[in-house]
Design a protein around this ligand. Sequence first.
Ligand code: PHE
Length: 351
Amino acid sequence: LGAQALQQISEAQNLEALEALRVGLLGKSGSISALLKTLGGMSPEERQTTGPKIHALREGVTNALADKKAALESAALEAKLAAETVDLTLPAPEAPRGSVHPVSQVMDELAEIFADLGFAVATGPEIEDDWHNFTALNMPESHPARAMHDTFYIDKAASGYETEQDMVLRTHTSPVQIRAMLAAGGNKPLRIIAPGRVYRSDSDATHTPMFHQVEGLVIGKDITLAHLKWTLETMLKAFFERDDIVLRLRPSYFPFTEPSVEVDTGYSYVDGRRVVGGSGDDAGHSWMELLGSGMVNAHVLRAGGYDPAEWQGFAFGVGVDRLAMLKYGMNDLRAFFDGDARWLGHYGFSG
Ligand code: PHE
């Protein structure tokens, strides 16, 4: 039995086979266990001669099982290590890489372009009070222009705001004009842009409840509409990277500017995409509205702490999402906020 058992143990191919052998030999009803049970029925003399042999057999088999088990385990580990070896010469798999969102990209580009023109970046809160968002911008309570902004109001009781004023999600970046003027103290020239999120309760293919604007504000002692036109032309040429940008200034109305002008730019269709450039009056071209602007209204200068007898300025507000769509040929505004990496990738915005 001993020699046969040791032979089988040494030939066991794997841990399962070895365990089966162990059960067959040393288990409750194993053959060696059965031998041990026969000791009870032996005479003392018999037991004295046979007992040590059976115990030696059990010890030999036990040791052989343990040795074999260790050998099989280390072989299994070796095999596993060999199988999992990393081949450092293989090219690494390409991991998807994130990128700057087109909206952020455009805001960064505009900040850079305006920095070259001497503009600093100013910011304000997205949860704005009624005074900064409306009243200081020459839209007192019950002003009809307020109705043009589909305003989100904050539930003050629920939000815990301790203020007499209504709080709103800012409907435009224009309140930053007021904040920048007040911060400047009403006695020095200003040149700022204010990029950021704005909110209106409006949603369809061309409107999202949250979108982005860049506000511009210049205050000085001899600022005219000509400065506004030159600044916008220079900015748009740099942004669209072409010299043939033609602007058309149209009289318009905003409560916070006087006079107010809407600025159109010429464009044409190339491969079914709107491409900015040329005059809207050129053959094959049309005008599209790009932004609102004007000379800062005297009421607004006063609200910002500037004396309109001494200071003038111009302001403009441009939709960033709109500019991004034009520059990159994107046609669905909503896709901007879906966070779909495939859409971003399609326009070259992710790895
Ligand atoms: N605030 C205006 C809007 O959201 C844009 C604008 C800004 C117009 C500054 C004139 C001057 O539509």
